[in-house]
Design a protein around this ligand. Structure first.
Ligand SMILES: Cc1ncc(COP(=O)(O)O)c(C=O)c1O
Length: 445
């Protein structure tokens, strides 16, 4: 294919000012950008992005925990080009090779017994469909989600999201209940781990006993909460929760939109670290490494009665996205990303813990593999969230060519969820920039 077939307008060079002017004129405000002067990215390679002025940035946020294979990975790019030349779309009313091969591959890497897949376009959609299926299978309307969770912005996904943004003045819909999330740094029960004896996990029993008809369709949780601020419950939290869910005949849904595909190291899926066998896994983000795709995997008996009357997605399972996702899984395998996330993530966390010694703004360092977080506080005793300092930190890091993410209920948690292509040299450079930027902010407070 020759470049001159590509729309000429698209091939021109633009400044950030020109593009921002177009956006200002035509975009709805729901599309917001990071940074006071938003960045216009035009290219990327590995874990590095380049803006329209040619400045390079180490990317520790991967879009939003999405570009797991980094930018312009040769196999990823070649697969997309190749598949585009074969067949982009027919709808799932017809069989296609990429869809079939992708679900076969997913069954190989899935947690035990999750052999049936359904492919859609995003994480919200994946959760929406999984919950619908669970409610139908159990013939029960009750769904329990966690405090500080993020599951998307479609109707039900939004209603089970408690990481903020409740902007419409309405109550939660019937059937939705919430459980404590195992946030040890800010324990809702005012306790310390392990003396607490997992009160947060055990409290689920009381919620189900008193707030449902003593049975639920499903419990849904992220193994490590991403948007909520890299909140990782203590080991055994999910084991206890899983037991309670089973006592009340519910399905256990693991939302692996952020934790999936090896990001947490050692295992393909975040929930596997807890030894729990989920009934459903939902996925998106890193699944397509930037190409829109989402989906869920479940057991045959749960999927059995989930039929065409229940669901359909026009773009779901399209050959282009499925081929790209298949390439992503192969890249993860060939490049040993899972092992690399363990090794590099371990090194990264150690460096961050060392930074905590030097910086009073750091209240907590947490997470696992390449899903790490730093909670910033104004005072380590009161734990007052350092939300404004977080914004300053992002700006200073940006000036030095480093992109970090922001999360947490108060917007005071640095989210580090980079492409798994990130190198140790880039990790060390990133830590230097964070160190320098924190020092600068601490001088003024
Ligand atoms: C854990 C989790 N689930 C679901 C979603 C929703 O995914 P999407 O934005 O693709 O709809 C997100 C998005 O951030 C997420 O973090």
């Amino acid at each position: 294919m020759t470049d001159d077939l590509v729309p000429e307008e698209l091939r021109k060079a633009y400044t950030d000012k020109e593009i921002l002017a177009i956006e200002k004129k035509h975009l709805v405000p729901a599309v917001g950008h990071y940074y006071e002067d938003p960045i216009l990215f035009v290219k990327g390679k590995g874990a590095v992005l380049e803006d329209s002025a040619g400045k390079e940035y180490i990317d520790l946020f991967a879009g939003i925990c999405t570009t797991i294979t980094g930018y312009s990975h040769p196999k990823f790019v070649a697969t997309i080009k190749w598949q585009a030349e074969q067949l982009v779309y027919t709808s799932s009313l017809y069989s296609t090779i990429p869809y079939a091969l992708l679900i076969k591959k997913l069954a190989e890497i899935a947690p035990a017994g999750l052999t049936q897949s359904y492919i859609v376009n995003s994480g919200s959609e994946a959760n929406e469909h999984a919950l619908f299926m669970a409610r139908k299978y159990k013939q029960n309307p009750y769904v329990v989600a966690c405090h500080h969770a993020y599951h998307g912005r479609t109707t039900l996904a939004r209603e089970i999201t408690t990481a903020g943004w409740r902007t419409v003045p309405e109550a939660h819909p019937p059937g939705v209940r919430f459980a404590p999330n195992g946030y040890c740094y800010r324990c809702q029960f005012g306790k310390e781990f392990p003396e607490c004896d997992f009160e947060c996990a055990r409290y689920l029993r009381e919620i189900i006993r008193t707030e449902t008809n003593r049975a639920i369709a499903a419990f849904i949780a992220e193994p490590i909460q991403g948007v909520g601020g890299i909140v990782q419950p203590p080991s055994d939290y999910f084991k206890i929760v899983h037991e309670i869910v089973k006592d009340f005949d519910g399905l256990f849904i693991s939302d692996e939109v952020q934790t999936g595909f090896g990001r947490t190291g050692e295992k393909w899926w975040g929930i596997e670290h807890s030894g729990v066998e989920p009934d459903v896994v939902t996925m998106a983000k890193g699944f397509g490494s930037g190409i829109p795709i989402g989906g869920f995997m479940t057991r045959p008996e749960i999927a059995e009665d989930y039929t065409m009357t229940d669901s359909f997605a026009t773009f779901g399972g399209n050959p282009l996205s499925c081929a790209a996702a298949l390439a992503v899984i192969e890249i993860i395998e060939e490049s040993n990303y899972v092992e690399r996330a363990t090794r590099n993530g371990g090194h990264f966390k150690k460096e961050l813990e060392a930074l905590k010694e030097d910086h009073r703004l750091i209240g907590d360092v947490r997470g696992q593999g390449m899903m790490l977080g730093i909670e910033l506080v104004r005072d380590r005793t009161t734990k007052e969230p350092a939300s404004e300092e977080m914004v300053k930190l992002m700006e200073l890091c940006k000036e030095d060519g480093l992109l970090i993410g922001k999360g947490g209920f108060d917007g005071n948690v640095i989210r580090l969820q980079p492409p798994l292509e990130l190198t140790t040299e880039q990790i060390d450079k990133a830590c230097e920039i964070i160190d320098k930027s924190l020092a600068e902010i601490e001088k003024s407070i």
